[in-house]
Each structure stands twice: as structure tokens, then as C-alpha cells.
Design a protein around this ligand. Sequence first.
Ligand SMILES: Nc1ncnc2c1ncn2[C@@H]1O[C@H](COP(=O)(O)OP(=O)(O)OP(=O)(O)O)[C@@H](O)[C@H]1O
Ligand SMILES: [Mg+2]
Length: 269
Amino acid sequence: MKTYLSTDRGASFTDFAVLSSHNEIIHTTYLPNRKWEDILAVYNRIDQEFSPCELFFTGSVQGLPEGLKGKIHTISEIEAIAFGGAFVSGKEKCLVVSMGTGTAVALFDHGRTMHISGTGVGGGTISGLGLLLAGIKDPLQLNHFALGGKASALNLTLSEVGYEQVGFLDGDLTVSNFGSIKTSRKEDLSAAILCMAAEVTGVIASLSARIYHLEEDIVVTGNLSRSNYIQSSLRSVGQLYNTRFHFPENPEYATAFGAVKSFFYKQIK
Ligand SMILES: Nc1ncnc2c1ncn2[C@@H]1O[C@H](COP(=O)(O)OP(=O)(O)OP(=O)(O)O)[C@@H](O)[C@H]1O
Ligand SMILES: [Mg+2]
């Protein structure tokens, strides 16, 4: 059985995945950085253990070491995001939202891909604001505290400004993120930060989905999508916008898988 090694060097993390020619996930691992010397060490270990017959690379290839030049297939990140979201969700047509350090939105339609939208609000924003406001940078810790907090303790809500219902909007809707500071508890701060990131990305994804009539098929990938607070906030945005967010397994490796899928799809074509 042939195996393929794919590496996704993102803005913060580097993800590695070994796939078989039968689409099985053989091995996954990651580095919490993007240093070439660390990447090469992982490459060599995987090479010895799994002897992959093809090497793929997506994300940032800037500064690619000489030793790898000529050996790897480089795949554009948007292609890899789109194919990866389709692969982990099993969908033929979907809008893929990659929530990493930043957020990118791509369309997948039976092998056709397109960069649709995105925002600088993402995991980097959450860690940065978490550090500044609550003294917490670790996304897992922020998620943990957020689950015990209330974003509405810092947000201005519709009912707070005297409306219970405006059109299709409910009273607990956010009128202004961080617009009504009633606490500085780290649980509430964490919730308000994660809530803001999910609302911004959720609205962008929902509007993008509407353009392509993919309201029911928004697939969320990237490390940030593993946060259950983010997942539940995105579902709330979905209720408001009549859109549906899907959270497949292995979201953090989706882009690495997608690089392999894209390459072989194009080869067959
Ligand atoms: N378990 C987790 N839950 C929530 N967020 C996480 C988790 N692990 C990492 N993150 C956050 O996810 C972000 C990195 O995600 P990911 O690895 O998907 O992005 P990247 O590929 O480095 O960046 P980009 O795709 O924007 O270039 C970081 O901001 C990090 O703080
Ligand atoms: Mg990424």
C-alpha cells in the first residue's frame, strides 16, 4: 500500500498527515511552530517510519530548505483548504471555513475551488486579546474559562437597549461586542472574546454561503474549530442566519489531507 506525507505550514502551527492510497488516515502529528529545522526533524522521522512515496506541502513555503526542493509537490493553500473540508465532511459541494490563526473561506464544488472571503479575526486574535485582557494566551484555557462565563456580561444586548424583538432579532442578540462592560471576571472576558471571534467569522461565513446557496453546507476546519465554545456560538449565528455549520472529525489536519486530495484529483483530470 502506497502512503503520502502532507505538511501544512500555517501561520502558527505545522500539521503533518500520512494518508494511504485508499484514503485512510495512517498518522497525524503537529508542531506548535513553523521552524524549518523542527519540520525537517519530523519529516525525517516520518520518512523512516512510513516511507511515503510522495511528499506534499501547503501553507507557507517561504524559506523552503534546499534539501526539500525538487522532492515535494506544492499545493496552493486555498485549494488544500477547499479539498480538505470536502474530504473530512464527505461533501461534494460545500463552503469551507478554515479557522486558524486567521480565517479563510473557500468554495468546493465537485473539484472546482474558489477563494470566497475571509477575515483577520481568528485564533491569533483570540490569543492576543486573551493575553491583553485576561492574562491568558492558551486557547484551551480560554475555552475552559469561557464555558464558565457569560459574553453578555460585556456585550451590549438588544434587550439591554430596551428592545425585546427587532424584526427577526431576539432580545439576547449582541448589539455591540464589548459595548457594555459589567464585569472583568476572566471567565466572562474569555467568553466575550471567543463570542466576538465566532460572531464575526460566523456572519462572514453565513453571508458567503448565501451567495452560493450553500446555507446548509458550511464545513468548519482548522484548530480553532475544536473549541466547543466556538462551535456553540457558530451554531447560534447559524440560527439567526438560517445557516448550518458542520464540525467534522480531524479538522486540524483537513488542510494537510486536502493537499493530497487536490493533487490526485488534478492528475486524474
Ligand atoms: N485545541 C484548540 N482549541 C482552540 N484553538 C486552538 C487549539 N489549538 C490551537 N488553537 C489555536 O488555533 C490557531 C492555529 O490554528 P491552525 O493550526 O489551524 O492555524 P494555522 O494553520 O497555524 O494558521 P493559518 O491557517 O491562519 O495560516 C492558533 O491561533 C491557536 O491558538
Ligand atoms: Mg492553516
